[in-house]
Design a protein around this ligand. Structure first.
Ligand SMILES: O=C(O)c1ccccc1N[C@@H]1O[C@H](COP(=O)(O)O)[C@@H](O)[C@H]1O
Length: 216
């Protein structure tokens, strides 16, 4: 089970959370977010992380030029497209950056959202199914109706997001069977500041072992 903790803004927290055994760390590059962190600050953090951690830049409706600048300045391994990006745009990103993993987030409003999934599959590394909120792109702290995923077979790796917490993570996984989970506000003290005790509680609930020590 992959575990991504998103919305990091502090190097010491990113390093500590990586050492706790998470698979991926996310950095919000959407300027309107209270968790926004600029690309040079991301680069300063990612260079301190173990190679094994997937570093993810979260963007919304970027141009290819903006993505180019972000990828070169932030030293990340994956982009999370969290806006209204089309399958054709994902294909362009894939062609331009074959070495960068593509995570396409779909904000699940109804069953109709899920009908677009097959169109994205050829162009993404994995999908992320997050909650829909009319005013917020992400980091809402609200789960969507997981029953919408019942009887749905998704033919590519996918992660579940939206309101996951240490308390509900096991139920979320049991009900939806994702390949990974992604949390932000459920393990936070305040936007961008993580609660390491809650991250530890999450990993304990999931039975994830801390990394061995080479990076400590
Ligand atoms: O966290 C944000 O501020 C944010 C802003 C813009 C796009 C995505 C954002 N966060 C993503 O939201 C989900 C889940 O968050 P939560 O656990 O419900 O708080 C996660 O994928 C973040 O990458």
């Amino acid at each position: 089970m992959a575990v991504k903790i998103c919305g990091l803004t502090r190097a010491e927290q990113a390093v500590a959370i990586a050492q706790m055994g998470v698979s991926a760390l996310g950095f919000i590059c959407v300027p309107s977010s209270p968790r926004y962190i600029p690309p040079p600050a991301i680069a300063a953090i990612t260079q301190q992380l173990p190679e094994t951690v997937l570093t993810v830049a979260v963007v919304a409706n970027p141009t290819l030029e903006a993505l180019d600048s972000l990828i070169h300045r932030s030293n990340i391994k994956a982009v999370q497209l969290h806006g209204h990006e089309s399958p054709a745009f994902c294909q362009q990103v894939q062609q331009h950056y074959p070495h960068v993993q593509i995570i396409k987030a779909l904000r699940v409003k109804s069953k109709d959202t899920l009908e677009s999934i097959p169109h994205y599959i050829p162009y993404v590394t994995r999908l992320l199914l997050d909650a829909y909120h009319p005013q917020q792109l992400g980091g809402t702290g609200t789960p969507f109706d997981w029953r919408l995923l019942q009887h749905l077979s998704i033919a590519c790796p996918w992660w579940l997001a939206g309101g996951i917490t240490p308390e509900n993570c096991r139920q979320a996984i049991a009900q939806t069977h994702p390949h990974g989970i992604d949390l932000s506000s459920g393990v936070e003290v305040s936007p961008g500041i993580k609660d390491l005790g809650r991250v530890a509680a999450l990993l304990k609930a999931l039975g994830v072992d801390a990394n061995p020590t080479p990076h400590s």
